[in-house]
Write a protein that binds this ligand. Sequence first.
Ligand code: MG
Length: 253
Amino acid sequence: MCGTCGCGEDDGPRYTHLTEHAHHHEHPRTVVLEQRVLGRNDGLAAQNRRELAARGIVAINLMSSPGSGKTTLLERTIADLAPQWPIGVLEGDQETLLDATRIRAAGAPVVQINTGAGCHLDAEMLRGGLAALEPAPGSLLFIENVGNLVCPALFDLGESGRVVVMSVTEGDDKPIKYPHMFRTADLVLINKVDLLPYVDFDQERCAGQVRALNPAAAVLPLSATRGEGLGAWYAWLQARAPHRRPVQFDSRG
Ligand code: MG
């Protein structure tokens, strides 16, 4: 049970003792969020979405486990795109300014949102972050959510796209273990593919799990450090802003 956001299972945890007689009686259960919390959040998210659209800002909510490479991907994306498409970043972490410091060094304006005990960003935090950052009209805004695959899935921020970053070192079973997260994604990035020779990760099995949960989600393999797949990532971002002049980038790794 998550004490901060109120998410939790409807009738407590379930314990399954696997024996040779155990069958697949388990059925998917829904994470229920208190209507009061969600309703208020969704109202603010709709307001955020209208205001961002009115200013021509493309806002991307980046979600993942800790250590999947979100900040590294942002550093690389800023280096490649920001000269042509202004980029601002809101960094969500429970504590520290570490990621914001890295983004600042990469050359983008950044505001760190520290959530304390909180496990996710919500629409009200995005409003506060926008007021502090004041992203430029027409810019690309990245919102790096708190690293976990659970609670951020439940909160609409008013973003224009939801991206889940996973990495090959996490294992290929994350979509079926954390289905709520993957059901809300517009794009799933499979990062660190340069490490595929060293880990047991089946890309096709992973992509198949995503397709089964969410046929509309795109899946892109990527290496933020080596450059593989970055062209497809940038093209996906570009497609969120069809009226912009296409950005040019050096696709070499
Ligand atoms: Mg980070």
